[in-house]
Design a binder for this molecule. Structure first.
Ligand code: SF4
Length: 252
């Protein structure tokens, strides 16, 4: 007869070993020494400053094995989306000829971003202007439905900011990319449904967020702490912030 209790102990031990391995892999990676443009739409400039400066996260706030698995599943699903879009006839370029992702590096390499893909050509019937930036995200059903209902700019402004910045910064390498609407793809992780949205270039967001990046670099160089987003620690963003202890123990 099967020993179910014993089996569940095995599952826990295997999961603990998987998580420990993923966490060790992550800890062995050198920390980022640049400000990720995909993060610039984050609500709090001080949190972005902590991130850029490599400030250690509060105790127990490092990415868990489960979070790392969620990120990895997202990447694997993006690879599938690439295959599906190519099957639909899109010429989706995701690697440079010499290898490696497309991306940009500005402010002396201190602000960088990596692009999911560029739609070089598409069947006329699909109504895409090219070359167009392609950005792909995976979401749970609730977030996906909200994005479909409201559009990415309203439902996920951090992603919309990322798209605007990437369109602006990629223009030098891919002329015309900011004139074409970006193709945003959202994968519903629960149902495998796909949402596609054409996002016009928002020059105002791109400029504001680029200025924000420069402000964060300058303040960090000058050793100045940028203001908090909130007056109270129980503010929504602060409750989920991995630097909350550090932040609220410092002067305002
Ligand atoms: S705790 Fe709040 S104010 Fe402080 S860095 Fe985090 S989000 Fe910003």
């Amino acid at each position: 007869m099967l020993d179910f209790n014993h089996r569940s102990g095995t599952a826990e031990r295997i999961n603990a070993a998987v998580d420990a391995a993923l966490e060790a892999e992550r800890a062995a990676k050198p920390p980022r020494d640049y400000l990720g443009a995909s993060r610039l739409g984050h609500a709090c400039e001080r949190a972005l400053q902590f991130e850029f400066a490599g400030a250690p996260k509060d105790e127990g706030q490092a990415f868990s094995g489960r979070s790392l698995r969620i990120f990895a599943i997202g990447h694997a699903l993006e690879d599938l989306a690439i295959r599906w879009l190519r099957a639909a006839g899109l010429d989706l370029v995701t690697q440079k000829r010499e290898g490696g992702q497309f991306g940009f590096s500005v402010a002396g390499g201190r602000i960088r971003g990596h692009v999911d893909g560029i739609v070089a050509e598409a069947p006329a019937a699909l109504g895409l202007r090219t070359p167009a930036l392609w950005e792909c995200k995976t979401m749970n059903a609730q977030n996906w439905r909200e994005t479909v209902a409201k559009g990415v700019a309203v439902a996920k402004p951090v992603y919309a900011t990322q798209i605007a910045l990437y369109q602006a910064y990629m223009e030098a390498a891919v002329p015309g990319i900011s004139a074409a609407r970006a193709l945003f793809t959202a994968i519903n992780k629960d149902t495998a449904e796909l949402h596609h949205e054409l996002v016009p270039f928002d020059a105002d967001i791109a400029q504001r967020m680029s200025d924000r990046g420069v402000r964060i670099l300058r303040a960090t160089d000058a050793g100045e702490l940028l203001p908090r987003i909130a007056a109270h620690r129980d503010f929504f963003e602060c409750r989920f912030c991995p630097w909350a202890e550090r932040c609220w123990s410092l002067p305002a």
